[in-house]
Design a protein around this ligand. Structure first.
Ligand SMILES: Cc1cc2nc3c(=O)[nH]c(=O)nc-3n(C[C@H](O)[C@H](O)[C@H](O)COP(=O)(O)O)c2cc1C
Length: 175
C-alpha cells in the first residue's frame, strides 16, 4: 500500500494556459510530465493563421498527426491529460494523442482550459477518444484565472485524484 502511485501528466497547449496548469498539477501530484508534440513542430499553430487552422481542425473534426509519447504510458498507474477547448470541443492534438495511447492508459483523469464555454463537451470527446471513463475531471475557465480561483480548483482536482486512486488501490488489495 505504501508503494508510490506513478502519475503522468500529458498536455497540449497552444498559448501556455494549459501548460501552466499541467506544470502546477505535476508538482502538486509529484508526477512526471510530457507535452503532446505534433509532427512538424508547434509553428503551424502560431499567430492568426495558426488560430484559423486550429479552429478549422476543430470544426471539421480533422485528425492531427502527433508524435508517440517519449515516456512509457503503460508504466503509469494514472495518466492525466489536459487540453484547451477549441470550438466547443477537444483540441485536435489531444484527441489524436488519446486515440493513439488510450489503450495503454490504465486509469485516466482529464482537464481542460476554456475561455468561457465548451469544457464539458471537450471532456466528453476526450473520454471517447481514449475509450475510457475518467476517474476525475476538471474544467478551468478564463474567469477562474482572472479571479485567481484556478489554484483552489487545481488543489481540489489533485485531492480528488489522490483520494480516488487510494480508494481504487484499496479495492484492488481486497480482491
Ligand atoms: C481555435 C480555438 C478555438 C477556441 N474555441 C473556444 C471555445 O469554443 N470556447 C472557449 O471557451 N474557448 C475557446 N478557445 C479559447 C481557449 O480554449 C482558451 O484560451 C485556452 O485557455 C487556451 O489554452 P492554451 O493557452 O493552453 O492553448 C479557443 C481557442 C482557439 C485557439
Amino acid at each position: 500500500m505504501s508503494e508510490r502511485c506513478r502519475i503522468l501528466i500529458v498536455y497540449y497547449s497552444r498559448t501556455g494556459t494549459t501548460r501552466r496548469d499541467a506544470e502546477l498539477l505535476a508538482s502538486g501530484l509529484d508526477a512526471d510530465i510530457e507535452p503532446i508534440r505534433e509532427r512538424g513542430g508547434p509553428q503551424p499553430r502560431n499567430g492568426a493563421r495558426g488560430f484559423v487552422r486550429s479552429l478549422m481542425d476543430a470544426l471539421c473534426h480533422r485528425h492531427a498527426e502527433v508524435m508517440p509519447a517519449l515516456l512509457d504510458v503503460a508504466a503509469y498507474d494514472l495518466v492525466v491529460v489536459g487540453a484547451p477547448v477549441w470550438a466547443r470541443g477537444a483540441c485536435a492534438p489531444a484527441r489524436a494523442w488519446l486515440e493513439l495511447h488510450g489503450p495503454q492508459v490504465r486509469r485516466l483523469a482529464l482537464f481542460c482550459c476554456e475561455g468561457a464555454f465548451g469544457g464539458k463537451e471537450a471532456l466528453k470527446q476526450m473520454s471517447e477518444a481514449a475509450g475510457k471513463v475518467p476517474l476525475a475531471t476538471c474544467v478551468f475557465t478564463g474567469s477562474d484565472l482572472y479571479r485567481c480561483k484556478d489554484g483552489v480548483k487545481r488543489d481540489a482536482f489533485a485531492q480528488k485524484i489522490r483520494s480516488r486512486m487510494a480508494a481504487r488501490r484499496e479495492m484492488e488489495w481486497l480482491v
